[in-house]
Design a protein around this ligand. Structure first.
Ligand SMILES: NC(=O)C1=CN([C@@H]2O[C@H](COP(=O)(O)OP(=O)(O)OC[C@H]3O[C@@H](n4cnc5c(N)ncnc54)[C@H](O)[C@@H]3O)[C@@H](O)[C@H]2O)C=CC1
Ligand SMILES: O=C([O-])CC(=O)C(=O)O
Length: 332
């Protein structure tokens, strides 16, 4: 019997988000999955949890008649055990610490950047042709770090945030208006933090502008809830969200593997005309891009209102300050 010729998606970090990514890819049967994580030590016992999770997902897939290969690989913090990244079409990076109540995503930077450094080096070594999707927070800064450390073309490194932030905005709007999420067209751009930019000027429901359907005051409340949507879940659960983040990653994976040319907001490195259009230099930040087999195939150039411009500028400043921090510390 031969090998399966399905695409391969590797997921580095098989915690809450990572295992949901693996689970959804298996259910959708869009790729074989390889999961990578550290061993868990309890006293003198060592658990290879990632191998157990992979087997469990493989068996779940069998229970619902889904054909997919799922394998787990134990790695070390020093970067051993990554050989099986070889042949990956996409590598999703969810390794690192999530925030706890009272923390901001930026508080994770110093701990997570070292993890991203080691993993990016291993991706460059073992999967030099892959497309990388960074999830670990603070995602825009860590996407920038992965872009610089892998040395991959900008089309092949992206961060997941805008799909999630937009999903939250759409969920709140659908709850408010009692209308299908399918009929809501909305974008949340900029940094994945308190400075994210819900783009009201291009958001509508069945073609009708939001401002016509919801009072200014109520819309402001929904926008604020969206901006702090991650924090709302952290304060309820004591750790961060994983169902919606996992699904958002898989939306991006699906767009790439099926060459859908789907326009999705992603955190990407902007250069040339796109950088000029958005008045940015040397950052990764969330904007709508066309995702297909080659990764980021086009950057969509939207025009902002004066108010959106101000929000955008503050979003850019906040990502820049994170990037400066890791540069000053010599971490990239
Ligand atoms: N961009 C976004 O929109 C979102 C980002 N996140 C971020 O994703 C990250 C993961 O979140 P969760 O899955 O909830 O956390 P988690 O703690 O459940 O999982 C993280 C996993 O990373 C593993 N890990 C840690 N260091 C590692 C290393 N050196 N090599 C390999 N694996 C390593 C851990 O063992 C753990 O299994 C966090 O940084 C979180 O803030 C979470 C949700 C949304
Ligand atoms: O809130 C967090 O820390 C995790 C995250 O980025 C999100 O769910 O938006």
């Amino acid at each position: 019997m031969g090998e399966y010729k399905r695409p391969v998606v590797s997921v580095v970090g098989a915690g809450n988000v990572g295992e949901h990514v693996a689970n959804l890819i298996a259910i959708k049967e869009i790729a074989n999955v390889r999961m990578f994580d550290l061993a868990r030590k309890e006293g003198d016992k060592v658990y290879e949890v990632v191998k157990g999770k992979a087997l469990d997902i493989k068996q779940m897939a069998a229970a619902i008649d889904c054909d997919v290969e799922v394998e787990g690989f134990t790695v070390t913090p020093e970067g051993e055990g990554y050989e099986s990244l070889e042949g990956s079409d996409i590598v999703v990076v969810t390794a690192g610490f999530p925030r706890r109540p009272g923390m901001s995503r930026d508080d994770l930077l110093s701990k997570n950047v070292g993890i991203i450094r080691t993993i990016s080096e291993r991706i460059a070594k073992y999967a030099p042709e892959s497309i990388v999707i960074v999830v670990s927070n603070p995602v825009d800064v860590l996407t920038y770090a992965a872009y610089r450390i892998t040395g991959f073309p900008k089309e092949r490194v992206m961060g997941m945030a805008g799909v999630l932030d937009t999903a939250r905005f759409k969920a709140f709007l659908s709850m408010e208006l009692k209308v299908s999420v399918k009929n809501i067209n909305a974008y949340v751009l900029g940094s994945h933090g308190d400075d994210m930019v819900p783009l009201l000027s291009v958001s509508n429901v069945g073609g009708e502008p939001l401002t016509k359907l919801i009072s200014e005051e109520r819309l402001k409340e929904i926008v604020e809830r969206t901006k702090f949507g991650g924090g709302e879940i952290v304060s309820l659960m004591g750790t961060s969200a994983y169902h919606a983040p996992g699904a958002s990653v898989v939306e991006m994976v699906d767009a790439i593997l099926r060459d859908k040319k789907e326009i999705l907001p992603c955190s990407v490195f902007l250069e040339g005309e796109a950088a000029e259009h958005y008045h940015v230099e040397d950052v990764c930040i969330g904007i709508p891009v066309k995702l297909g087999a080659h990764g980021v195939e086009e950057v969509i150039k939207l025009d902002f209102t004066e108010e959106e411009k101000k929000l955008w500028e503050s979003s850019v400043r906040s990502v820049k300050s994170g990037i400066e921090r890791i540069k000053e510390l010599g971490l990239i």
